[in-house]
Design a protein. Structure first.
Length: 110
């Protein structure tokens, strides 16, 4: 995915607080705390990424999560969809095929 961000074609990537939490938690469980802390610091300092705190979108995400019918998005993934609609012209860069089921979301790579 880095090639998508490096060439500037997509602009700056958005790193949601929830995604950050998932990444560092999985790394801590599967590797160790030092690896998780190192990756977390790199993500937060990456020029290619803007960190998005999620408290502002919590209520909207909760409603969208409860309302989903044809998808099985996690709460964090629903926050990504909500943020994509609000800040990224409904575009998501992911390999998670579940996002393709969300009406109005454009998934890359297709």
């Amino acid at each position: 995915m880095r090639e998508f961000l490096d060439d500037g074609r997509w602009g700056v990537g958005l790193l949601l607080e929830y995604v950050f939490l998932e990444v560092v938690t999985v790394l801590m469980i599967r590797r160790d705390h030092a690896v998780a802390a190192n990756v977390g610091e790199r993500l937060l300092n990456a020029a290619e990424l803007d960190f998005i705190p999620c408290s502002d979108i919590f209520i909207e995400t909760t409603k969208a999560f409860a309302a989903q019918r044809n998808t099985q998005l996690s709460f964090a993934d629903m926050a990504i969809a909500v943020t994509a609609r609000a800040k990224a012209d409904s575009q998501i860069l992911t390999f998670d095929a579940e996002f393709k089921k969300v009406p109005g979301i454009r998934v890359y790579p297709a």
